[in-house]
Design a protein around this ligand. Structure first.
Ligand code: AMP
Length: 207
């Protein structure tokens, strides 16, 4: 009797282990909205992996690889790197971390093409984006935060001219991505005009 119960318990644990599904979240928002800060907080709170495409690309630039030289031309002008390139980079990162407890995507997808490619890429791997959290911040605050960040971090694309360009690129090419998640009932928004703590409480409620 005891052995039978033990066997059943082991079987149950094994099945649960096999069925364990990785949570996948998109943190969305304009440059300066706080995607990086909140992705780091979520990663810590839930033991999820934080994948920032901006960080991945900046690491390539710093390593002076051929890819780094290529993408630097786009980043320094405040333009998006081509879809095909970034989709392949992200797919590789996801494959390297397929056993993660959860993944937070910060800075991806930034175009509708990327959002569609992400759904396909995850579906092929038996996964999906559960939630997209859109972090809202007033335009003037975004600009001021980015100028301040540039003066502290020295990030090459945080100069007033490039910031204006990045915000325009966001409105034109990235904002339409929201509709993709609204259509599929995965869109949620959080307000980050107040404190980091207030916004994080909202995000935790959504996750
Ligand atoms: P971020 O750190 O997320 O603000 O990204 C910095 C820059 O990296 C952007 O302005 C783009 O040039 C490039 N970048 C990051 N993620 C993407 C993406 N998903 N698609 C295209 N370009 C990207």
């Amino acid at each position: 009797m005891y052995l039978c119960t033990l066997k059943n318990n082991i079987f149950f644990v094994l099945i649960c282990g096999l069925k364990k599904t990785m949570k996948a979240i998109v943190l969305f928002g304009a440059p300066g909205s706080g995607k990086g800060t909140h992705s780091a907080l979520i990663a810590q709170e839930y033991n999820f992996l934080h994948l920032s495409t901006g960080d991945i690309l900046r690491a390539e630039v710093a390593s002076k690889s051929d890819l780094g030289k290529l993408v630097d031309g786009y980043i320094s002008k405040g333009a998006l790197v081509p879809d095909e390139l970034i989709i392949n980079i992200l797919a590789k990162k996801i494959d390297e971390n397929i056993d993660a407890n959860g993944i937070i995507l910060d800075g991806f997808p930034r175009t509708v093409t990327q959002a569609e490619a992400l759904d396909e890429m995850l579906e092929r791997r038996g996964k999906k984006i559960d939630v997209m959290v859109d972090i809202n911040v007033a335009e003037k605050t975004l600009f001021d935060r980015l100028v301040l960040r540039g003066s502290i971090s020295g990030r090459a694309d945080d100069t007033p001219e490039t910031i204006k360009k990045r915000l325009a690129v966001y409105r034109e090419q990235t904002e339409p991505v929201k509709a993709h998640y609204k259509r599929t009932n995965r869109y949620f928004s959080a307000d980050n005009n107040g404190s980091v703590e207030q916004c994080f409480e909202q995000i935790k409620g959504l996750i």
